[in-house]
Design a protein around this ligand. Structure first.
Ligand code: E4P
Length: 224
């Protein structure tokens, strides 16, 4: 399963990219609004920093506007994927952009039918929003299960990009279902890295090493 970061924060992207954990990035207007600086410059920097697919979202809601924005955003770099909202106008834009070899990620997917139609229109990725479904009392992961099954039945080339991920359990569930990608807020990735037993175990190893380093091996010291 591929891991994307769901952020426009350059420091987080650099840190996790340096660890080799980042296969791609997803951004949206809300994420960009949280960062200081010019959004266009930030998007350009992300596209240069990470080799994998970078989803950049259009702001227009009409077909012509989405098409124009999609063409402009795609010029940021070859790895750009244009993020298009799941609407009728959006599906038209997906088809036209595909005809121009511009990849799209259809966002704000909340039903399996929406995912099916986005794939048929020619999207490269669909983004079911799991956390937001959980928030209204539905089981977001059931949607992922349905989409993975439907896409497998018909060999759609479209990839399932699990979005609106809120905690590490979402990641395990998505992986068990065979979703292609999860896009993670940096804090969820941080939680996946750490475990209290790892911290306790490491502290104990260092403490025990300190005991022998002071007696029989004085040169092998452990930093305090
Ligand atoms: C995905 O592409 C979206 O940017 C994101 O996952 C939305 O998550 P949220 O529901 O936490 O805003």
């Amino acid at each position: 399963m591929k891991i994307f970061l769901d952020t426009a924060n350059l420091d987080s992207i650099k840190m996790y990219n340096d660890m080799g954990l980042v296969d791609g990035i997803t951004t949206n207007p809300t994420l960009l609004s949280k960062e200081k600086g010019d959004p266009e410059e930030i998007m350009g920097e992300i596209v240069r920093m990470v080799k994998g697919p970078i989803s950049l979202e259009v702001i227009s809601t009409d077909y012509e506007g989405m098409l124009a924005e999609g063409r402009r955003l795609s010029k940021f770099g070859k790895n750009v994927v244009v993020k298009i909202p799941m609407t009728s106008e959006g599906l038209r834009a997906v088809r036209s952009l595909r005809n121009e070899q511009i990849r799209t990620n259809v966002t704000l997917i909340f039903s399996a039918n929406q995912a099916l139609l986005a794939a048929k229109a020619g999207a490269s990725y669909v983004s079911p929003f799991i956390g937001r479904l959980d928030d209204i009392g539905e089981i977001g992961m059931d949607l992922v299960s349905d989409i993975v099954e439907i896409f497998a039945n018909y060999d759609f080339e479209c990839e399932v990009l699990v979005a609106s991920v809120r905690h590490p359990l979402h990641v395990i569930d998505a992986a068990k279902l065979g979703a292609d990608i999860v896009t993670l807020p940096p804090d969820v990735l941080a939680k996946m890295i750490s475990h209290p037993l790892t911290d306790i175990g490491l502290a104990r190893f260092l403490e025990d090493w300190r005991k022998i380093s002071t007696s029989s091996h004085p040169k092998l010291t452990v930093p305090r």
